[in-house]
Write a protein that binds this ligand. Structure first.
Ligand SMILES: [Zn+2]
Ligand SMILES: [Zn+2]
Length: 315
């Protein structure tokens, strides 16, 4: 459990894919039900079982909300053109004027979740359901700006879940043509938010290409492998996984660390586990985060809205 495995970059090079990668992978219509299924698969016997099962319930509520979401105002063609011209995301989450519809999405999700939860969790859900849109908006703005000061970390995953539904709907509705290349390779080209993790995809025409999975809208964008997803350096990249007695190279989850900027992001290998969902699997591999932080002193470049840490320096 404590030993780390170091993989020389050369071993990764051997598995570099052939063929051209698609620039984008838009979120599928079944994104959240797939995630709920994955969480339900990962939960039994897991140290975080209750938590994973709760996030599965949130994911089910998200799928229901996504299925029923319509009438969301989109950026105008002029705004889309301007974003494209300047190499900016079409719906930059930090500046984009959210329609209040997302608050309705949150409230409906909370009503549904109140029926399938109990105890303190249910109390939190009911309390949040009774709050005003202004509180939702203020919390959402902090969450999307990465500000933990004044952020209620207990309700942040619920607020984040509704925002994910809203922005995933936007990404799917805008479509690939509206999402042009942007100047910064390390944030989502659709909404400008950081990734949760990266995933080496298998499947038709994808042959092991690496994609970064957006923490907000679930759009995936291509980035070559063996490259830091924070600073784009390639010189001091290493791969670490938890030694649980499995053969060295068979782990589906690794931490891709960068000696240049001191950050890391998880990479999941779909060829080793086809059912991987970056958000679900990120939660289920928290032990790897702890190991990388404690033994390697690296900080995560990933964001998972289902698990928001308070910053002790902010309180
Ligand atoms: Zn995004
Ligand atoms: Zn770096």
């Amino acid at each position: 459990m404590t030993a780390t495995i170091r993989i020389r970059p050369a071993e990764e090079i051997v598995s570099q894919p052939v063929g051209e990668a698609a620039r984008l992978r838009l979120p599928p219509a079944t994104l959240f039900s797939d995630r709920a299924m994955r969480l339900s698969h990962l939960a039994p016997g897991h140290a975080l079982r209750d938590y994973l099962e709760f996030i599965a319930k949130i994911a089910d509520a998200q799928q229901h909300a996504l299925n029923n979401l319509s009438g969301v105002p989109l950026p105008t063609p002029a705004q889309l053109e301007q974003a494209r011209e300047h190499g900016m995301p079409p719906v930059n989450a930090q500046h984009f004027q959210r329609d209040r519809l997302w608050c309705d999405v949150l409230r409906r999700m909370l009503r549904g979740l109140a029926e399938v939860t109990e105890g303190k969790v249910k109390d939190t859900i009911v309390r949040l359901e009774g709050e005003r849109d202004e509180l939702y908006e203020a919390q959402a703005s902090k969450l999307l700006a990465g500000i933990t000061f004044g952020l209620d970390t207990g309700t942040a995953p619920l607020i984040g879940a509704a925002l994910q539904v809203y922005f995933t709907h936007l990404a799917r509705t805008l479509g690939e043509a509206a999402i042009g290349p942007i100047d910064v390779a390390t944030v989502c080209p659709c909404c400008g938010q950081p990734p949760t993790a990266s995933i080496a995809r298998i499947g038709t025409g994808e042959g092991g290409h690496r994609y970064l999975h957006c923490s907000l809208c679930a759009t995936e964008w291509h980035m070559v492998r063996i490259k830091c997803t924070q600073c784009e350096a390639t010189e001091q990249i290493e791969y670490h996984s938890i030694d649980d007695g499995k053969a060295g190279n068979q782990h589906s989850a690794k931490a891709e660390t960068c000696g240049d900027c001191g950050s890391y992001l998880k990479i999941f290998h779909q060829e080793r586990d086809p059912g991987i969902d970056p958000v679900a699997d990120d939660l289920a591999t928290l032990a790897l985060d702890i190991m990388v932080a404690e033994q390697l002193d690296k900080r995560s470049g990933g964001v998972n809205l289902m698990l928001i840490h308070g910053d002790p320096g902010d309180s």
